[in-house]
Design a protein around this ligand. Sequence first.
Ligand code: RP5
Length: 164
Amino acid sequence: MKKIAILMGSASDLKLVKPAAQLLASFGVSAETHVYSAHRTPEEATAFAKGARKEGFGVIIAAAGMAAHLAGAIAAHTTLPVIGLPLASRAFDGMDALLSTVMMPLGIPVATVGVDAAKNAALLAVEILAVEDGNLRERLAAYRQEQSDAVRQANQEIEKELNA
Ligand code: RP5
């Protein structure tokens, strides 16, 4: 099975990114996490992107806040799918990172999830690997079933409480 990389632009992003690593672990997917800054360690970020396919990665999640250029900078140096994870920060509550991540120029796409949507970034990465992996497809189906069951249960409890 291919590996998934989780990159973040600063150590200060870890709390927001950790749910992605935890979800990947729950699916039994091999993941590596690194701090690479598009602006402060561009050489390391570029070297990682250039070597990622050879190193066995199948998907790269790139998380950043503020002027969030990490996902685009990584995508510029690989043809692996890159999932951009914009992170909220003080000044603009994530809108800065969302627009910096999603508005890529023609030719270098970044699949961008919602602000702070670390679990969705991880699920999308698993879905990409699952194209070639039947076991992951089954685990995704089970995850969705559990999710739907929880929503139905919550609905029943609210209906019972408020519609009696
Ligand atoms: C981004 O700048 C990082 O991803 C982080 O979200 C933000 C602030 O970085 P620090 O000042 O916390 O290092 O590149």
